[in-house]
Design a protein around this ligand. Structure first.
Ligand code: GLN
Length: 196
């Protein structure tokens, strides 16, 4: 199994490290041809305005949309969930996004006084009572569509969601040094393998 991490900017190394400890091959993805050989793709935390523009410039946006539609698992963490949302609120400059998941997201929604914090959240679907979750200038998921499963909540808002082959988290499991959500993503790739 080969797992790609979008590697323009952000928490790329952190994701690659965790994936290596789980024993899978990894690829840093910056060009469409690199995407062709991966079985799943992670969009890391970072800066969505910059990365959205680079996705468009390199043509990776179209390539990711096509693979995601064909069933390739994609997981976005923090910046990644912003890029995956079909609807982005407060987006005055109309930054480019991928628009993959039926969710509505608001950027930097926790405000300045809570720019960064850590909380333990419960993820019943993973039988996990206390996942150490780091939120950094985190977005909020304001609404989810009917096909979207909410796997974890924080203060009544969805913070981990899944829609078929697509996953998003508003926090950073790559920083937590806890690989349980990464393992869930690898399981999703295994289950979906026949669709790719
Ligand atoms: N606030 C960032 C953005 O809008 C996301 C923050 C992050 O990934 N830690 O792109």
């Amino acid at each position: 199994m080969k797992v790609g991490v979008l590697a323009f900017q952000g928490d790329v190394e952190e994701h690659l490290e965790i994936l290596k400890t789980l024993g899978v091959q990894t690829i840093a993805v910056k060009r469409p041809y690199e995407l062709e050989i991966v079985d799943g793709l992670i969009l890391p935390g970072g800066e969505s305005t910059t990365v959205g523009l680079l996705l468009k410039e390199t043509g990776l946006d179209q390539a990711i949309r096509k693979r995601a539609k064909e069933g390739m698992p994609v997981w976005g963490t923090c910046m990644g969930i912003i890029l995956m949302a079909k609807k982005l609120l407060d987006n005055p400059i109309e930054q480019p996004i991928l628009g993959l998941m039926d969710i509505t997201v608001r950027r930097n929604a926790f405000g300045r006084q809570r720019e960064s914090f850590e909380e333990e959240i419960s993820i019943p679907a993973l039988k996990c009572e206390a996942f150490p979750s780091v939120f950094i200038r985190a977005p909020i998921v304001e609404a989810v569509g009917p096909e979207v499963e909410t796997m974890a909540l924080y203060q009544g808002k969805a913070v981990l969601v899944q829609e078929k082959n697509l996953m998003g988290s508003t926090f950073h499991p790559e920083i937590a040094k806890d690989s349980r959500i990464h393992q869930h993503f690898l399981n999703l790739i295994k289950e979906r393998g026949s669709n790719n």
